[in-house]
Design a protein around this ligand. Structure first.
Ligand SMILES: Nc1ncnc2c1ncn2[C@@H]1O[C@H](COP(=O)(O)OP(=O)(O)OP(=O)(O)O)[C@@H](O)[C@H]1O
Length: 285
């Protein structure tokens, strides 16, 4: 029987810097056509993982491979099949939007007709003559993404692709990422944004202090943490909050009811954000 090759395979990966352990024994697999979300607070080890998986850094222990290539053997040929968007993805600021992409079609041996196609897909076709250095932040990010996917990569690494963007640009970028996924691209995405993770990712891993502390589909992770009942409460003065079941909560609810302060009360499932707070004790920012 044929088994499908994992697009990304990570086994017992660790990374030790001089006096800092950045990753401790992490393992996961990503299949073609899957969006895998890697979530974690600042310093959790997300960028270190991307660096190892793109061959920019070697692990201290464990093995990882991308498209069947062990990460220590990764060279520039892999970039023909991989797209990367990170914080230091730069653009040629003095060149036009179109020229920025044209350069990449030459490097990556892609037909020029792809430029027009991808510009239309990211909504930048009418801006193709604009100078990259004068684009708004959202346009810039769409151009960086266009460049990363112009060659239809089999793997796409996205390090916080929508951070700092307005909601409508976020939606456009999500649409593009999903259409890539639907065409079989495996997407490795880091984010601080729980809503983004919930909407976009097929599987998630929550990283804390270099360890994977939770993994599964967004729904599985939420349901795993649904042991204690939670109540979402709205009071007359407009205050809204979530309280978990306890004697204190029951007492508070009684007071509010007696004082006619309570407007609505619902029991609710935990959000990914509350799960994250529970397992890490930290906010995701
Ligand atoms: N080159 C390095 N030398 C020493 N320590 C490093 C190096 N790179 C990262 N670290 C440490 O490893 C840990 C993980 O860092 P990493 O950049 O992977 O975190 P991150 O999850 O990407 O955080 P952020 O969300 O802030 O980008 C941090 O404690 C960081 O200080």
């Amino acid at each position: 029987m044929m088994t499908q090759l994992d697009t990304i395979s990570v086994k017992h990966l660790s990374k030790q810097f001089k006096n800092q352990t950045a990753l401790k024994d992490i393992s996961f697999n990503i299949q073609p056509g899957e969006i895998f979300g890697f979530l974690g607070p600042s310093g959790a080890g997300k960028t270190t993982t991307i660096k190892i998986l793109t061959g920019q850094m070697h692990p201290s222990d464990g093995v990882a491979s991308v498209l069947g290539v062990p990460t220590e053997k990764i060279n520039e040929h892999i970039y023909e099949q991989v797209g990367i968007v990170t914080h230091n993805s730069g653009l040629y600021d003095k060149l036009s939007v179109y020229k920025n992409l044209e350069i990449f079609t030459k490097i990556l041996n892609v037909k020029k007709s792809k430029i027009e196609e991808i510009l239309k897909r990211v909504g930048l076709f009418k801006d193709r003559k604009k100078i990259a250095g004068k684009l708004s932040q959202g346009m810039r990010q769409r151009l960086i993404l266009a460049r990363a996917v112009i060659h239809n990569p089999k793997v796409l690494f996205l390090d916080e692709p929508t951070s700092g963007l307005d909601p409508s640009t976020q939606v456009e970028i999500h649409r593009l990422i999903k259409s890539l996924r639907d065409n079989g691209t495996a997407v490795f995405l880091t984010t601080h944004n729980m809503e983004e993770a919930e909407k976009l990712c097929d599987h998630l891993a929550l990283l804390n202090n270099g360890k994977i502390v939770e993994a599964g589909t967004p729904r599985e992770i939420r349901l795993n943490h649904n042991k204690k009942k939670r109540y979402k409460i709205l009071l007359k003065d407009g205050k809204e909050f979530i309280l978990s079941q306890s004697e204190e909560t029951t007492q508070k609810i009684n007071w509010w009811m007696t004082d006619n302060e309570l407007v609505t009360i619902h029991s609710c499932e935990p959000t990914l954000e509350t799960v994250f707070l529970e397992v890490t004790g930290r906010k995701l920012i």
